[in-house]
Design a protein around this ligand. Structure first.
Ligand code: 3PG
Length: 288
């Protein structure tokens, strides 16, 4: 459980996936992987869900797969035999929670008020989905929960998008946010995985303020990125700046040098450039 919490925290955004076609599972897994997402919640909103979970668990074991929208014991059984590593349910159903506890699988039931939180705590649960987040009071409700249930962490889901995710992630009692907007079903079904990578990349950039190059960049250092390069062995971390020219001028004045040939031009203006950071044995890539 400790590891799961750490994984959720470091992922920040858990994709809530509704997928109809099994033959899109591999492409989706690849899009998640190359976007730096190593957790997936496959919802039981389609008949394909168990097959997709099985596919992720067997072929894409670097992505921890869980089952979402689980509302019956039969679905718990089906999720577990497919290889799901955790179970998420939209509401707090004591039957489902006890069954998962009995089976030894982590369960994250949805709650949205103190009575449900207390029932979940009474079952020994300390990580809960907060659903539907936006219409249940959103950030203000979570702040109120923090003052009384300080040992509970939440995964708010429902109405979270790129424009409000950082308000949630800034809260002490939020482990990660769940969201379907980064994995729209129509894009999955159309096989538009680059568009999905774009949505995830944009969301991660909003969350982090930068993108680790090995996951998010298709540009200069893609070869290194594909080889799994990290800062410290010559790869770059991407940092967004409001004025690239001014940032370069400031950094150069401080004694940092830009990497020859790393400039990317957009028309007459510079769109990206890399700076060597000797103390990190690596580079940052500034983008505007
Ligand atoms: C869920 O099942 O967790 C929600 O439907 C996801 O909510 P969202 O579609 O608003 O992200």
């Amino acid at each position: 459980m400790k590891d799961l919490k750490a994984l959720f925290y470091s992922t920040g955004i858990i994709p809530v996936i509704k997928i109809e076609s099994l033959d899109k599972a591999d492409g989706l897994a690849q899009a998640l992987r190359s976007s730096g997402i190593h957790v997936a919640e496959i919802t039981f909103r389609t008949k394909t869900a168990p097959g997709v979970i099985e596919r992720f668990a067997s072929r894409h074991s670097d992505i921890l797969v869980g089952a979402g929208t689980v509302t019956t014991k039969e679905e718990v059984d089906s999720a577990l035999s497919a290889g799901a590593a955790f179970v998420v349910s939209p509401g707090f159903n004591p039957v489902i929670c006890s069954y998962c506890i009995e089976k030894g699988v982590p369960v994250f039931p949805g709650v949205n008020n103190p009575s449900l939180i207390e029932q979940a705590i009474a079952m020994g649960l300390s990580v809960l989905k907060f659903f539907p987040a936006e219409v249940s009071g959103g950030v203000r409700a979570l702040k109120a929960f923090e003052s009384v249930y300080s040992s509970v962490s939440f995964i708010p889901t429902g109405g979270i998008q790129e424009n409000n995710i950082n308000e949630y992630l800034a809260l002490k009692n939020v482990l990660a946010c769940g969201g379907s907007w980064i994995v729209p079903t129509d894009l999955i079904e159309a096989g538009k995985f680059e568009a999905i990578e774009g949505l995830i990349g944009s969301a991660r950039r909003t969350m982090l303020g930068f993108l680790p190059l090995q996951h998010g960049d298709r540009g200069l250092n893609r070869e290194k990125a594909d080889a799994g390069a990290r800062i410290g062995d010559g790869a770059a971390i991407e940092v967004k700046t409001t004025s690239l020219r001014r940032s370069l001028a400031i950094l150069q004045a401080e004694g940092f040098s830009s990497v020859l040939g790393s400039e990317v031009m957009r028309g007459k203006s510079m769109a990206a450039a890399e700076i060597e950071i000797p103390s990190l044995h690596g580079r940052i890539r500034l983008v505007e």
